[in-house]
Design a protein around this ligand. Structure first.
Ligand code: ADP
Ligand code: 5GP
Length: 191
């Protein structure tokens, strides 16, 4: 299972983290790619666990040093990116890399990794449901939720036809099972 990567992308609130944590719990050989970001930690988030938290200045410096596989300014002044070093760190252990990135990032990663990658687009059943889930998650301010929901429609439009697999996350148990099966098929195919 050398040099494989699995990419999950979706508008925020669609269920990426939920699906990714489920798969990480099932597969000890999967490892989460910790992205770098210039946004502040939320709640109990720790540097090096959920993200490598950097200042915007340091983030820009690393862009200048060509340290990223891909990076995006996902929200105004909030940079997110995948460090080349992070990919090397995980592959050195022989682990399969799991990415949780925004839609543009997912498309860039798929282009970069090609056949080594399976890319998933996760979709909530509707933007209205997505809005309700973000409110229910209780981690974001009203403004942040409005910004995320406003971005969802254009992200989905951009994503059209660019992913290997579209996973509709309506009933959670069904979506998790579907993700498990698709991932298993991909890894079996390419060992
Ligand atoms: P993302 O990582 O894409 O932003 P999350 O995984 O955090 O999304 O999911 C957003 C919220 O919706 C969370 O509170 C999560 O528990 C909830 N959620 C995820 N999938 C479902 C589902 N199928 N049905 C109902 N709630 C869900
Ligand atoms: P959050 O602030 O909720 O943690 O993440 C906001 C968005 O940034 C999510 O859609 C998340 O998937 C995305 N994201 C996280 N890491 C990366 C990354 O390395 N690259 C890109 N392009 N997006 C990322």
């Amino acid at each position: 299972m050398k040099d494989k990567v699995i990419i999950f992308s979706a508008p925020s609130g669609s269920g990426k983290s939920t699906v990714v944590s489920h798969l990480l719990g099932l597969h000890p050989e999967f490892e989460f790619s910790v992205s770098a970001t210039s946004r502040a930690p939320r709640g109990s988030e720790k540097d090096g666990v959920e993200y490598y938290f950097l200042s915007p200045e340091r983030f820009r410096e690393l862009i200048g040093e060509d340290a990223f596989v891909e990076w995006e300014e996902v929200y105004h002044d909030k940079f997110y990116g995948t460090l080349k070093k992070e990919v090397e760190r995980i592959w050195a252990k022989g682990h399969v890399i799991i990415f949780d990135v925004d839609v543009k990032g997912g498309v860039s990663l798929k282009k970069y990794f090609g056949d080594k990658a399976m890319s998933f687009l996760i979709k909530a059943p509707s933007v209205d449901v997505l809005h309700k889930r973000l409110i229910g998650r209780g981690t974001d301010t009203h403004e942040a939720i409005a910004e995320r929901v406003a971005k969802a429609a254009s992200e989905l439009e951009f994503a059209e036809g660019k992913f290997d697999y579209v996973l509709v996350n309506d009933d959670l148990a069904t979506a998790l099972k579907e993700a498990e099966e698709a991932v298993d098929a991909f890894l079996k195919d390419r060992t």
